[in-house]
Every structure is written in structure tokens, then in C-alpha cells.
Design a protein around this ligand. Sequence first.
Ligand SMILES: Cc1cc2nc3c(=O)[nH]c(=O)nc-3n(C[C@H](O)[C@H](O)[C@H](O)COP(=O)(O)OP(=O)(O)OC[C@H]3O[C@@H](n4cnc5c(N)ncnc54)[C@H](O)[C@@H]3O)c2cc1C
Length: 315
Amino acid sequence: MTATHPGRGVAGLERAFPIRRDEPMSRHTSFRIGGPAEVFVRVDSRETLRTAAAIAAEASLDVLYVGGGSNLLVSDAGAGGLVVETWTNRDPFEGVDLAPGGDGTVSLWVFSGVPLPRLATMAARRGLSGMEWAAGIPGTVGGGVVNNAGAHGSSMAEAVSAVSVWTPQGDRELRAGELGYGYRTSRFRTGGFDPSTVVLAARLVFRPDEPAAIEGRIAEYTAYRRATQPSQRSVGSIFKNPPGASAGRLLEEAGMKGTRIGDAEISPKHANFIVNRGHARAAEVLELINLTQQRVLAEFGIRLELEIQPVGKGF
Ligand SMILES: Cc1cc2nc3c(=O)[nH]c(=O)nc-3n(C[C@H](O)[C@H](O)[C@H](O)COP(=O)(O)OP(=O)(O)OC[C@H]3O[C@@H](n4cnc5c(N)ncnc54)[C@H](O)[C@@H]3O)c2cc1C
């Protein structure tokens, strides 16, 4: 992607969408951190996402796609170019025919901007099991597909059977086997696709079950999260678990819990979470990340790899 001043493409966007200039990204990230987006639009359907992507590509705009902003550390200087946020609270099952899979499963196409907690809750109400694990992940289907989000022993890799993407050459349908899924990664993260590729929707597979049983599992997972994770603003786990070890445990053993730089703090409850105690800046979070990586490297000889994504000007 080439960084281009958005001026030229903005006229086309403005004809299609209400745009916002200098929109604080702190309003669109779960960390509540991030400087202004030069130009910001929100889309709430496959069609509007496709339109935004096409206008941006036509004008060679630098684009950042954001779902829940729950895995992003946006720099204090903000994001140049265009930010496209995908989000809708519409019920993904309403008016949709479920496709039977022949093995007792059913599947449906879900827009990338559907929040995972809403998807899990709506599926449970209809007696459809398969996304309970995602009920406490504050991201969207699109962000989950890109990151291979996962929890409680399950992940998107098992839930997704296909993904519909927009590319400058047109729409494509990719099978799950083509997505290069691994632990919190996919070909979207490793540069395996043209960088302007956008996830429009995912075909998700469910298995019928009793709503009460599904809701019971969601309640159990939610209780576990409440007991083990901080409630303050965060972006979830900062580091990936290194092979055979837990990043949180290493950080705890390195005595990092409660370490603060400004308003950024390593959570006293879970050492792999950095929390925003009020007005933390991205620079402070990054400083804390660097300090933590150095300490773990010095103590255990392990270089922790980021799970979160620093994005924006200056990063
Ligand atoms: C309290 C908390 C708990 C969490 N727990 C978990 C957990 O248990 N497991 C886990 O895996 N993660 C967890 N996370 C992290 C985060 O929620 C996941 O990584 C989630 O999948 C990110 O989704 P998102 O929609 O917020 O993506 P964003 O953070 O908005 O974006 C993530 C990446 O996806 C790209 N992207 C988003 N939408 C699209 C699209 N439509 N097309 C192309 N690219 C797109 C973005 O450009 C970016 O590269 C947690 C976060 C928080 C705050």
C-alpha cells in the first residue's frame, strides 16, 4: 500500500458516505488510545464495504481496516489516509436461510463487521453451537478471520469454512484451507495476500444444540474471563505464548505485574494484559512493551512476539 494524501479520493468517498476528518481513533479502539484518522468512514454491510474498498483502491489511498479495534495499538500521531471501520449490530441470522452441511451442521455467510459477542449470543438463542468460545472477544468476524482469534481451545480456523474477499481484481471466495491458519495468524497477517484484500464475509459452520446448553457454556467462559482478566481498557493479550510456555507466567515470574509508565500498566490481575488506567498514550504502551520484552529476554532468553498490532504514523 502506498501512503497517499487522501484529498483526491475523498470526493468520491464523500459522495458515497458521511465521512469524518481527524476522527480520534481512541473512540474506535478497545484501548481507548490512538490519535486522529485523517479520513474515517464506517460501513455496515458487505456492499458498503466493497464500495469503500473500491473507491480507496481507485484513488490509491492508504487504508486501515478496523473492526472492533480490539487488537490494535494506534499511534498517538494517528492514522494517515483512510480508516474504514466495519460494524453492525444487525442480527446476522435474521432473514437468512441456513445451508445444511449433510453432516448435521448448518452454515451461513456472516458480514465481517458483525461483533463476535453478538454472533455468539444470537447463535445460542437459535440453538446453534460453534461460536460460544468467542462470546467474550470484543472483536468482529473480520478481525477474527484475519487474526485467527481463539479461546477455550477453539478458534476461527475451525469455525470458518470459506471467506469472501474483495480484491482490486474483483471478489473471490477462499476456502478455509487457503487461509494459512496458525496460532493467532493467517495469510492475511503474514503477507500472503495483496495488502488491499478485504474480508467481506465469512461462511461459519454451526451444529444444532439445546439453547440452554450453549448459553451455559457461554456463561462458564464469561465467568472464567471475569475471574482471570482485568476489566479496564485493554487490547487483550499483548504477547503470543512462546512454544511450550505462557507469556503471562513469564511476565509474572519476571516481576512485571503492576509496572507502570504513565497511565499504561501491566495488569496486576493478568501480566499479559496492559491496561489503560485513564489517559495512557500509545508511546507509553510501546515503552512498557519494550521494557517487558527486554526483561523476559534477559531473565529467560525468550524473545516475546507481539500478538497485538501497532499501527499508524510513526510506528
Ligand atoms: C478484553 C479483550 C479480550 C480479548 N480476548 C481475546 C481472546 O480470547 N482471543 C483472541 O484471539 N483475541 C482476544 N482479544 C484480541 C482481539 O479481540 C482479537 O484479536 C480480535 O480478533 C480482533 O478483532 P477486531 O475486529 O477488533 O480487529 P481489529 O483489532 O480492528 O483489527 C485486527 C486486524 O484485522 C484487520 N481487519 C479487521 N477487519 C478486517 C476486514 N474486514 N478485512 C481485512 N482486514 C481486517 C485489521 O486491519 C487488523 O490488521 C481480546 C481483546 C480484548 C480487548
